[in-house]
Design a protein around this ligand. Structure first.
Ligand code: KG4
Ligand code: ZN
Length: 357
């Protein structure tokens, strides 16, 4: 089975060709970073236009790299949401057009399911597993019981963790996107233990997250130090922020593991996904936790943690081989929660309800 995947839900335009034998034949990603950098964040209209301009060429490139023609494909999968709706429409319409012209099945993939199932593409992980989904729009702990079967144990009550990285980067004058820049600054820190930051919700019951207090604490330090920050101040603060995030995540994951083990004593794995899962300090901290808990720790390669189309093609394969596909009347979804039974989060509207930033 060979599937073409298309991803256009945020600021990456991506196309990939993947087989059901877990082979990534092609995986091309075009980042729109330069288009958005002057604005300090993703501008939805600019993103939609850039997807429109580049998607055709990227699909052609992916198919050429994979050495396949449209006649070789078994299905087309595209991100159907959640995300910036202009971009999602571009990807969905393109996929539908190819499907209609070639008489191929079309599969609308939930972007979050793409992240959630990546570990099965890269590491052949069996169900059930505990998933930490940490991205720019989300911070959730989910039990992945099967394709389409997700049970949310916790979510953020304010900012998503990637959003916290991005806002902290802005406070520190590091630019956008913040995650990788904070990580690089932290690596340069000469006194990483200099600042003590609050650790929101650590030690408290439940598996929810909170990051806004942490961001406020960083702002207070920045104000006290006074502008402009020296390189040493900036790098030490970045290190403090990053290690605090890793501690908070480990505490929340430890609680989720206890609940996961109670329901699934036969085993499982701790899996990370989403852009923030590319962070090496976080990965190292979670590896220690998983070792302590006797669970395998699975973190996909860095380039498959951030947005890509291989994960969309793979989620399409997972659905298609269960006999699922979508009609060409499918309407793109700005919101699309993975666990529709999970209670909405009190706090900022949107976060946790399937919105993606
Ligand atoms: O999954 P993703 O590519 O897009 C969304 O679906 O949101 O995640 C993007 C987020 C951004 O907030 C970015 O700053 C963060 O992931 N990120 C990182 C790192 N690389 C990307 N955060 C921390 N450390 C990194 N190395
Ligand atoms: Zn994503």
């Amino acid at each position: 089975m060979i599937v073409l995947g298309i991803e256009t839900s945020c600021d990456e335009t991506a196309a990939a060709v993947v087989t059901d034998a877990r082979e990534i034949r092609a995986d091309v990603v075009l980042s729109q970073l330069d288009d958005h950098t002057p604005y300090g964040g993703v501008v939805p209209e600019i993103a939609a236009r850039a997807h429109l301009e580049h998607l055709d060429g990227l699909i052609r490139r992916a198919m050429a790299e994979a050495g396949v023609g449209f006649g070789d494909l078994d299905a087309i999968a595209a991100t159907g949401g959640p995300g910036l709706i202009g971009g999602v429409i571009v990807g969905v319409m393109t996929a539908k057009a190819i499907a209609a012209a070639r008489g191929l099945p079309f599969i609308a993939v939930n972007h979050l399911e793409g992240h959630a199932l990546t570990a099965r593409l890269t590491n052949d992980v069996a169900f059930p597993y505990l998933l930490l989904l940490a991205s720019g729009g989300h911070c959730q702990l989910l039990v992945v019981e099967g394709v389409g079967r997700y049970r949310r144990l916790g979510t953020t009550i304010d900012d998503a963790v990637g959003e916290a990285f991005d806002k902290t980067a802005k406070l520190l004058g590091l630019g956008y996107p913040g995650g990788p820049l904070v990580e690089q600054a932290a690596a340069r820190a000469t006194n990483p233990g200099r600042f003590a930051l609050p650790r929101p919700l650590v030690g408290r019951p439940g598996c929810d997250f909170s990051f806004s207090g942490l961001k406020t604490a960083v702002r207070r330090h920045v104000e006290e130090l006074g502008a402009p920050l020296s390189d040493a101040d900036r790098d030490d603060l970045a290190a403090a922020f990053q290690s605090t995030v890793a501690e908070v995540m480990a505490d929340r994951c430890a609680r989720a593991i206890a609940r996961f083990k109670a329901d699934h004593p036969q085993g499982g794995a701790l899996v990370v996904a989403g852009g923030v899962a590319a962070n090496k300090t976080l990965r190292a901290r979670l590896q220690i936790l998983a070792d302590r808990e006797g669970l395998p720790f699975v973190a996909p390669p860095l380039r498959l943690c951030t947005d890509n189309a291989a994960m969309i093609a793979w989620a399409g394969i997972e659905r298609f081989r269960l006999g699922e596909s979508d009609p060409l009347t499918f309407a793109p979804r700005p919101r699309w929660p993975l666990d529709p039974t999970a209670a909405p989060v009190i706090g900022r509207a949107g976060v946790g309800s399937g919105v993606k930033a």
